[in-house]
Structures are given as structure tokens and as C-alpha cells.
Design a protein around this ligand. Structure first.
Ligand code: FRU
Length: 453
């Protein structure tokens, strides 16, 4: 969470000289969306974070919308007198001269002191297109094979790719997305990454992550899809049929997520973090003095599953450092008449759970319970679906679509499901069957609702 005030998308995720940087869309003067700055936090382990002063402020070109950051190892920009430094590539959101017509253009800022202070590039903006209204959220990486920078950027409900030698001059490479995947809302915050396939030492595939904005007709609100395919340095080709839709998270609160640049600490896997909210109600959630949080950082990889390649998401291993008191239950029979967890009271916890179906048609866990409240994490064995039901999770009054039950298809594995769950003051994150399916949801229980069932 921000120390105070409003936060949305993660921005400028980059690992440099032992630090993970997390910049984010920040409104320092209010707890609702407003003139965007880049807030800043750093961490050496992605678990413990230190808040730093605001990194980027609005200027004559407009607000500072979402974008990325890279290490310019070879000083391709010439900003760093031959040594490596950090470059942020982001959207300047302003208006056309003497008009209130929105204008979104891409700009650079650079830092020679490990991200503590930033200088706006005098040649800003570096990329614009008068024909595209929604043209934002550049995510840049160094493409080894073609030895140049590649940018993916949202353009209406398409993703465009541009290439550059120096981050300052960009050439259009290709466009992806017409008739592909979901077009339920405007496309935002793309990220094109190369991921390894678990158990196959040499094969990789490219994954294009695309967030989709809220649309009044869509109950789900804003959410994130992904495509698996190939990238040759110019063109991204989707390996699935155009009408296949793959959701990155089946909960309601994981949006605008992207991955860290230059963090190969874990090999080729990528580290991901998302904004744990939904544009449908993000501005009116019941928090006081601050608003919204990021998800737990996650490791992304691919795995071959019966239905094809799947994006796999697991909590970063370092989360284990937060473990303290352990409660263990083994080889116990679950009956609807007896609550095995009756003696537990807890607000913040991590659960690793394996349940065998037996004769149940539905089974699972209730968290943050009291006489009046409960959040259900359940498996529907008739329809083979994992669900979260937050209908009675606590305060749901702020938006009429917040109280809901939502599910996603999941097959049992040898009659079992495996869940890895993180419960925080106002969130629940469920990783099922070793990261194959994820549900991330906000909940606002009363502090006294600390039961489990
Ligand atoms: C996504 C988004 C981005 C934009 C930013 C503005 O949540 O709409 O497309 O850059 O938020 O804060």
C-alpha cells in the first residue's frame, strides 16, 4: 500500500544494483485518482519495502501515466557518460494546445543515482501519434537477438510494437490484436516477455500480457488477459486461435500487472506484480487515508498442461520469511458438522492446503468469519470450478457489484485440489494446483471477524 493517499498501476519495475524498484501511479493530494505522479518504493527482497519520495512529477507535457524502466547497460542513450544508469519510459498525458482534447505521448526521464532523483529528457516527448487517442503505457525491453530496444504500447484496443537503438528515436514495427482475445474494454498496460517452459530446459515462448479496462456492461470490470506465441523482434504471433481468451487471474482485483526488468535472479522466470483493485469500484473502496494495494509479487513461468501451455503464477519464495507460528493438520476427515479450525483466530496468514474430494459435492474453507461475515474459498465438484464467494465478506455496500461469487474451471488432480492462500487485512490471494489458476480479491471484513472454518 502507499503510505498515504491514492495508488494505481505498478510502474517502472526494474532491478538494479541489488534493489527492486517499484514505482506506481500516485495521487499525493487525495485518496481518489487525480493528477498522476510516480510514487516510489524499494526493496532488496520484494517482501520488505522502504517508501521513497515521489520520483516523477507532472510538468508542461502533462501528468505522468504508466510506463516502464530499464537499465541502459551500454549507455545507448548517452545519458550516462559510458556507465549504466536507469531510464524511465512513460506516457505524458496532457491536452492539445488551446483545447481540452486529450493527448498521450511517450517520454523519457533518467537517473544517475539509483533512482533517487530523475531528470526529464529535454527532447520529450519521444513518440507520439495524433491519430490514436488512447496511446499509452510503454513497456520496454532489450531484445538480444536484434540488439535493440523493443517497446510494446497500448493503442486503442490493439498493442503496437516499436523498436529503437537509443530509446530516443522509435520506429513502428507491427500491430497486434485486431480480432484477437477479448475486446471488452480499452487495452492498457501491455508487457511482452519471454518465459521458460517448466521441465524443458531449452524451449521458451513469448507471452503478451494485456490489461482490459472496465466497461459498464461487464460484471468483471477491469481484468487482464494474456496471449502465448512467438516474437521475432518485429512481429508477435499468437499460437492460440484468435477467439481463445486466457485470463491471468480469475479474481476481481488484479489489474495493470507487469514484470520486473533486469531481474534474472531466478533465471529466465519473470517477477510480476499487479494493482489489487478494479476500476469498477477502485475510487470508492472503504479505506481511510490511503487507497489500494499491490498483489503479492509472483513468479511467472509456463507449464505444459492437458489443455496446452498455461501461464503459471506462484508467490515469490521470499514470502516464506514472514512465516512464524505454524498450525498443522494432517490426515483429518472433514465433516460439515464439525469445524476443524474452531480453535483458530487470525487476521493475517498463509495456508497450504490439500483436500481430497471424498463424497463431497462442494468443499473448501471459510476465512475471516464471524456470526455475520465469511469469505468462502470453495470447490464446486459438480461443475469442476474453484470459486471465491465474497457476498458476505464484510463491507460490500460501497458498490452493488462488489458482493459476488465468481468461479473458474479447475479439474481435480487425483481427486484432490491444492491451494496456497494468503489472507491479509483486506485481501485474499488463492493459488490453485501449483500456480495454474489464481484468484485475487479484495475483502473488507470487520477487524473482529477472525474465525476460520
Ligand atoms: C491503467 C491506466 C493506464 C494509465 C493509468 C493512469 O489502470 O488507465 O492505462 O496509464 O492507469 O493512471
Amino acid at each position: 500500500t502507499p503510505a498515504t493517499q491514492w495508488m494505481n498501476d505498478p510502474n517502472g519495475l526494474v532491478f538494479f544494483e541489488g534493489e527492486y524498484h517499484l514505482f506506481y501511479q500516485f495521487h499525493p493530494d487525495g485518496t481518489t485518482w487525480g493528477p498522476m505522479h510516480w510514487g516510489h518504493a524499494v526493496s532488496t527482497d520484494l517482501v520488505n519495502w522502504e517508501h521513497l519520495p515521489i520520483a516523477l512529477f507532472p510538468d508542461q507535457h502533462g501528468y505522468i501515466f504508466s510506463g516502464s524502466a530499464v537499465v541502459d547497460w551500454n549507455d545507448t542513450t548517452g545519458f550516462f557518460s559510458g556507465i549504466p544508469g536507469l531510464v524511465a519510459i512513460f506516457t505524458h498525458a496532457g491536452t492539445y494546445p488551446d483545447s481540452d482534447r486529450p493527448r498521450q505521448r511517450q517520454s523519457l526521464a533518467y537517473s544517475t543515482d539509483k533512482g533517487r532523483t530523475w531528470t526529464m529528457y529535454e527532447g520529450n516527448p519521444v513518440l507520439s501519434d495524433e491519430h490514436i487517442v488512447d496511446f499509452r503505457d510503454p513497456k520496454v525491453f532489450w531484445h538480444e537477438n536484434s540488439t535493440r530496444w523493443v517497446m510494446s504500447i497500448a493503442a486503442g484496443d490493439r498493442i503496437r510494437f516499436y523498436t529503437s537503438e537509443n530509446l530516443k528515436e522509435w520506429s513502428f514495427a507491427s500491430e497486434f490484436g485486431a480480432k484477437e482475445g477479448s475486446h471488452d474494454g480499452v487495452w492498457e498496460c501491455p508487457d511482452l516477455i519471454e518465459l521458460p517452459i517448466k521441465g524443458e530446459s531449452n524451449r521458451t515462448k513469448w507471452v503478451l500480457i494485456v490489461s482490459i479496462g472496465d466497461h459498464a456492461d461487464m460484471l468483471e470490470g477491469s481484468r487482464t488477459q494474456y496471449f502465448i506465441g512467438d516474437f521475432d523482434g518485429t512481429i508477435f504471433t499468437n499460437n492460440s486461435s484468435p477467439d481463445t481468451i486466457l485470463w491471468l487471474d480469475h479474481g476481481r482485483d488484479n489489474y495493470a500487472g507487469v514484470t520486473w526488468s533486469d531481474s534474472n535472479a531466478l533465471g529466465k522466470e519473470k517477477l510480476f506484480i499487479g494493482w489489487m483493485s478494479n476500476w469498477k469500484y477502485a475510487n470508492i473502496t472503504p479505506t481511510d487515508g490511503w487507497r489500494s494495494a499491490m498483489t503479492i509479487p509472483r513468479v511467472l513461468t509456463l507449464r505444459e498442461e492437458p489443455e496446452g501451455l498455461c501461464l503459471i503464477q506462484t508467490p515469490i519464495p521470499a514470502m516464506r520469511t514472514l512465516r512464524n507460528q505454524l498450525h498443522r493438520l494432517e490426515h483429518v476427515a472433514i465433516q460439515s458438522t464439525h469445524n476443524l479450525l474452531v480453535d483458530l483466530q487470525a487476521e493475517l496468514y498463509e495456508i497450504e492446503l490439500e483436500i481430497e474430494r471424498g463424497s463431497a459435492t462442494e468443499f473448501g474453507l471459510k476465512i475471516r468469519t464471524s456470526e455475520r461475515e465469511e469469505t468462502i474459498i470453495g470447490y464446486d465438484a459438480v461443475n469442476n470450478a474453484l470459486f471465491i464467494d465474497r457476498s458476505n465478506s464484510g463491507d460490500t455496500s460501497f458498490h452493488n457489484q462488489f458482493a459476488c461469487k465468481h468461479s473458474a474451471p479447475l479439474m481435480l488432480n487425483n481427486e484432490k485440489i491444492k491451494l496456497h492462500i494468503f489472507v491479509d487485512q483486506s485481501s485474499v490471494e488463492v493459488f490453485a494446483n501449483d500456480g495454474k489458476l489464481v484468484l485475487t480479491d479484495q475483502i473488507f471484513p470487520d477487524p473482529s471477524s477472525t474465525g476460520l472454518e
